[in-house]
Write a protein that binds this ligand. Structure first.
Ligand code: NA7
Length: 526
């Protein structure tokens, strides 16, 4: 076939659709039993998108965006999964997707100039192009805590949640991890469980999502102006625009009253707008401290026990780990059936069949690991992908991911990554970035075919320049200042490199210019 696609989340689904439109033969392989990727796997209670539903949706089909009706400001996992299924049905995608099947090896055959791809279902495929639609947050990170396997009760990872759900009623539940997944799940688990113990290593900032039912008038307004709204979004660094405009001044140039009023207004609005009031929040530690102090003051306002509030108050800068959006997260710690354990102060020594041992012992019936993912690279490097001279992608990226435009890797001809490292991906509205990548890849293959080009691969020079470019932008911001999954710092032994590229519009311009310039920076062979 022309194109083999790894994964059938939103990226893989659209790649199948777009390749077909371009007249290419295409087939995707998906480990899950259905479409949806992230939204297929992350079924934990409270799982919800942090980008507003009217924006976190495909824009490639006007009919699709008109006919689909979102019900809430931020869509929950079940609704997003229904949407993914609707798209798969509407565009008849399933005929070119094989489910319950994992691609295990993909080796580039230099003589035949094809990818030879094998699956755990015994498929043996030959394809001209390999497209990795593997997702940024799809390789679950299970911590190596001594004794974890010995725990007698069930253990669930939020990123691999059972389809039938989990009954917490009356149980003693432990949750390890307080990133987005933990912060979303904890209020739901607390409401159901007999007792909940949260084991927190790093306190996280969280802003109220202020989720709620969508106003039909607002929906109608958006639908009437979708093309304009999508075009405006594409001009934003994060590829989505919120109802409150971004501030254009420095937080250091306003007085306390003005600063406080702006923070308060944004806090009340809910969501990522909280960090968008001033231009220097992510550029200067001094500026950042104002927003961080405000967010910490909100924790103290909500949490009744001062000692608990103190443990829940983050020490790192705000925004350097991904900001979380919550519904009644901090309020949960006022419940009589919830305890917080500071495992930074008292680390987990071991897990026994009965529970978790820190300086104290916590007896548990159920353990939930909300411990995140081997983000951005994990779902790629765990596949046996070999390019020229048998080099594996895991070796090529052992010192951190290296690529050009976040799309191609030197030594791996005719291989593309969708929203991989080195592209704006997780710092943007993923649906927008996915479509931009898929459109670019389809255009690229079409152009190359028209010119009789058989292989495309980044030059060493272009790749080196790109890696420097991605890092130099990150280095002027505060993003690299703490241990986040953006840096791979959550996975022991992973090289610490800031992986996503900051800034969507400049990136798109660069991708378009490269294509218009005959794929400058790529080596092409005929
Ligand atoms: P995150 O944001 O990576 O959070 C994982 C959490 O698990 C975080 O609090 C970690 O603490 C904690 N963790 C990880 N390993 C351990 C060990 N070994 N011991 C104790 N605690 C641990 O993952 P999420 O799934 O919540 O969210 C990922 C993204 O998905 C999110 O940003 C959204 O974009 C959607 P740490 O901070 O490393 O000290």
């Amino acid at each position: 076939m022309d194109v083999v696609v790894v994964g059938a989340g939103f990226a893989g689904m659209y790649m199948v659709h777009k390749a077909r439109e371009a007249g290419l033969s295409v087939h995707a392989f998906e480990a899950g039993s259905g479409v949806g990727g992230t939204w297929y796997w992350n079924r934990y209670p409270g799982a919800r998108c942090d980008v507003e539903s009217l924006q976190y949706s495909y824009e490639f089909s006007e009919e699709l965006q008109q006919e689909w009706n979102w019900t809430e400001r931020y869509a929950g996992q079940p609704e997003i999964l229904s949407y993914a299924n609707h798209v798969a049905d509407r565009f008849d995608l399933r005929t070119d997707i094989t489910f319950n099947t994992r691609i295990t090896t993909a080796h580039f055959d230099e003589d035949a100039q094809v990818w030879r791809v094998a699956t755990d279902g015994g498929h043996d495929i030959e394809a001209r192009y390999l497209v990795l639609a593997t997702g940024c947050l799809s390789s679950a990170n299970t911590p190596k805590i001594p004794g974890l396997e010995s725990f007698a009760g069930p253990t669930y990872h939020t990123g691999k949640w059972p389809h039938e759900g989990v009954d917490f009623a009356g149980k003693r539940v432990g949750v390890i991890g307080t990133g987005s997944s933990g912060i979303q799940a904890i209020p739901h688990i607390a409401a159901e469980a007999g007792h909940l113990t949260v084991f927190q290593r790093t306190a996280n900032y969280s802003v109220p999502a202020r989720n709620g039912a969508l106003d039909p008038d607002e929906v109608a307004k958006v639908k009437a102006n979708y093309p304009e709204i999508r075009a405006t979004n594409a001009m934003e660094g994060s590829a989505f625009k919120t109802a409150l405009p971004r501030g254009e001044g420095s937080v250091l140039e306003v007085d306390d009253a003005e600063r406080h009023a702006d923070f308060e207004r944004r806090w009340e609005h809910g969501g990522f707008v909280f960090l968008q009031g001033f231009i220097d929040t992510m550029l200067s530690e001094e500026a950042n401290r104002y927003a961080a102090d405000f967010a910490r003051s909100k924790i103290r306002e909500v949490v009744s026990d001062p000692a608990t509030a103190e443990i829940l108050s983050p020490k790192q800068l705000i925004g350097c780990k991904r900001l979380c959006l919550d519904t009644e997260y901090f309020e949960t710690y006022n419940r009589p059936n919830v305890d917080l354990v500071d495992i930074a102060a008292n680390p987990i020594a071991e897990i026994t069949p009965q529970g978790v041992q820190t300086d104290e012992f916590y007896e548990l019936d159920v353990l939930v690991l909300a411990t995140g993912f081997d983000a951005m690279t994990g779902s790629i490097t765990r596949i046996d992908i070999r390019g020229r001279d048998g080099q594996t992608i895991a070796d090529a990226w052992s010192a951190g991911p290296k690529n050009y435009l976040g799309l191609g890797v030197e030594g791996f001809p005719n291989m593309f990554t969708i929203t991989g490292p080195g592209s704006p991906s997780v710092l943007t509205n993923m649906l927008v970035s996915i479509q931009q990548h898929v459109d670019w890849i389809a255009r690229c293959i079409t152009d190359l075919d028209a010119d009789g080009v058989t292989t495309i691969e980044p030059t060493n020079e272009a790749q080196t320049e790109w890696v420097t470019h991605v890092n130099s932008i990150a280095d002027v911001t505060l993003y690299p200042s703490c241990n986040s999954w953006y840096l791979g710092a959550n996975v022991p032994g992973k090289t610490r490199v800031f992986m996503p590229l900051i800034g969507y519009p400049d990136y798109v311009e660069r991708c378009d210019a490269v294509a218009a310039d005959g794929y400058a920076g790529f080596a092409l062979t005929s």
